[in-house]
Structures are given as C-alpha cells and as structure tokens.
Design a binder for this molecule. Structure first.
Ligand code: GLN
Length: 246
C-alpha cells in the first residue's frame, strides 16, 4: 500500500464548474486498489515544498480569480518547476493550463506570469469558447477518447516542447483553430476540460495515478484495471450529447 501525497493549489480561489470533483476521483481510484492519499490544500501565503508531493492539482478560475492568485503563484513558481522536473504528476485545468504556461494576458490586458511547466502562451480572444468537447487523446502509447466541457476566453498556442493532450473531434479546444486541446510535457497535463474531467475519463485519472505512484515509490507501476462500466456509460452519453449539439 502506498500513500500518494496530493497538493491541491488555491482550492478557495480556483474551483469552478465542479473541478474539485477531480480530487475525489483520484482518492477513490487509489483506495479501490488498496492505496491511500493525503490531500494538502495550499493557498495564498502558504509555502509549496516540491519534495512533499507526488501530484499537484490546480482547478479552473475566472480572470478575477487568476489575478488574485497571480502574485502568490509567482512566489511558488521555482518550487513548482522543481517538482515538475523531479517527475511529480500535475493536472492543471483551464485557468490552470493558462498559468502552467509562460503567461496569460487576460480580457482586460493584464499579463499574468505563468510558471512555465508547459511550453505555451495564452491570450484572451474576442469570444468565449463554450461547449461540450470530445478528443482523440494520446498519452504515451495509449490512445483513448476524452470528454469534457469548456468555457474560456483564453486562446492557447503550444510551443515546440509541449504536445497536445488530444485532437479535437468536437468542440473548440485550445484556441478554436489549431484542432488540438490541452498540453502534455513530462508528467504535466494541462487541459481546458471541466466536467469535472476525471469522473468520465478514468484512463486519464489512472495515467496521473501511475505517475504519482511511480514518483512516490521510485518503481515502475502497472495499475490493476477497475470495473468502469458506469464511467464508460457516462462517457458514451457525453459523446452522444456532444455529437448532437454541434
Ligand atoms: N479565466 C480563464 C478564461 O476565461 C479561465 C476560465 C476557466 O478556468 N474556466 O479563459
């Protein structure tokens, strides 16, 4: 049994569209396999120690929320980059993917510095990109479908060091024109997908858990499969809805 140490960044500020539900999925999918998790909320003014964690989670937030945390996140940036370099798993969602990059210029022209754990830049566009999303996703040699919901004004462009989480089958994705969504670099995943994301995307959840267990144990991990019938049924319904809507 292994205890995975999860950091939940700015849970009071960056938690829209039920993103907190992602934490619950990570906990339960560990417990169903005989492991456990500790969850450490770290907010404004609280130290982030890179050696203390195996997985770092940041949910989405409006421009206002991102402005509130921006200065504090800059103070944590060096430790966050050190954690990413050391192989800690990251899932940063929507406002999170934007701040995982080099910077986000918001709808009012404020340039919020990112922590540069993903090679990308984000600038607010003219229209909000809203709706159901279906992706053909790939992590490692694993190809799978990902479903979610997006609502963002930011338009993200990837640099050469970041690869997309997936190709857009339905929806806008990173910027409405590139045909891709999200970003993956080392064990860092950034995505615009809310829902929350992980309840309907168990392969993504297990990829993050595999990385975090490997970081904690320094061993190669192969997670035993879980019975995900209900999850796959919910994903199938989400795909049908996305196909019908656009
Ligand atoms: N404020 C950012 C945007 O509008 C992120 C929104 C979000 O986290 N849903 O693009």
């Amino acid at each position: 049994m292994t205890t995975v140490r999860i950091c939940h960044l700015y849970p009071e500020n960056m938690n829209i569209y039920g993103d907190r539900g992602n934490i619950n999925v990570l906990i339960k999918r560990l417990e169903w396999r005989g492991h456990s998790a500790t969850i450490t909320p770290i907010g404004i003014g609280e130290d982030f120690s890179p050696d203390d964690f195996d997985l770092c989670y940041l949910g989405g937030g409006q421009d206002r929320d991102q402005n509130i945390i921006a200065a504090d996140l800059t103070k944590k940036a060096e430790g966050i980059r050190s954690a990413a370099k050391d192989g800690v798993a990251f899932l940063w969602v929507c406002g999170g993917i934007q701040l995982a990059g080099h910077g986000y210029t918001d709808a009012n022209g404020n340039n919020l510095p990112g922590v540069s754990i993903l090679d990308l830049e984000t600038v607010a566009g003219e229209e909000r990109l809203i709706g159901d999303v279906v992706l053909d996703a790939k992590i490692g040699d694993n190809n799978f479908t990902v479903v979610g919901y997006e609502n963002h004004i930011g338009q993200t462009n990837l640099g050469p060091d970041a690869r997309p989480l997936g190709n857009v089958v339905k929806g806008f994705g990173n910027n409405g024109t590139s045909g891709v969504e999200g970003a993956v670099q080392q064990r860092v995943i950034g995505t615009y997908l809310h829902g929350p994301l992980l309840p309907k995307n168990p392969i993504l959840a297990d990829a993050l858990l595999t990385w975090s267990l490997e970081h904690r144990s320094s061993e190669k991990i192969s997670l035993e499969p879980l019975s995900d019938n209900f999850t796959e049924a919910a994903k199938g319904r989400a795909i049908e809805r996305a196909q019908a809507n656009r």
